[in-house]
Design a protein. Sequence first.
Length: 253
Amino acid sequence: MPHVRRYAPFFATLPAERQERFLERLKVFVWEKQFFGAGGLEVTDEIRVAVSIAAVRLVQHLDLSAYDRLTEIVVYPYVYGHPGRDGAILGEAHSFGTVVLAWPAVQQGLLNPSDGHDTAVHEFAHVLDRADGAFDGTPELRASEHYRPWGEVLGRRYLELKATAERKRTLLRAYGATNEAEFFAVATESFFEKPARMREQAADLYAELSRFYGCDPAAATAVEAAPVVEVGRNDPCPCGSGRKHKRCCGRDR
């Protein structure tokens, strides 16, 4: 349980029966998925549990089969990159059933549970999006009549973010303006990490995500929140890349 207590502060807010269900799903996810270390990383129980916490949190009220297309999770010990591509990569979700994550980014996201930036949650949201066959910002919803309001609300909010993200600080990270798929993943991060603010500032978006995920995180029982580690834009990035925070994990904030 120490890894759960460290990486899942929300766990303490769950009723006893839901805590039991969460732990059961956590065990199933860890057992079913293959974890591989890259770049010399040895995958430990801590890594398996922490990554799985992010995945299972999203499907507490969905069927765990939403992850059936996901077969393996590759974890790097550092922020990585690809030959011929600029910029550090924190994580990726591939259509062929693989999620790739940088362990420092996973830790930073889980240990700062209210900053609206969680790499593992972001990538697993992409997996849910892909479950219906495409990365398009619309996962398989609960009922056919949900698609129209989903499209109207998320489409409008996406266009609003595209129009304002570069000019002012917004509820959602500017990276969400990249395309509809990234908008859904970024919105998912804020839904779970800044639910009260989203419910206040974007009630329609909050309502659509709440209906899909089947939960109301803004109404969760209040507990003492884990402290948010503030990192200045000119400070070294805590992911260990050696870059300034503004040129690495904080580049799209």
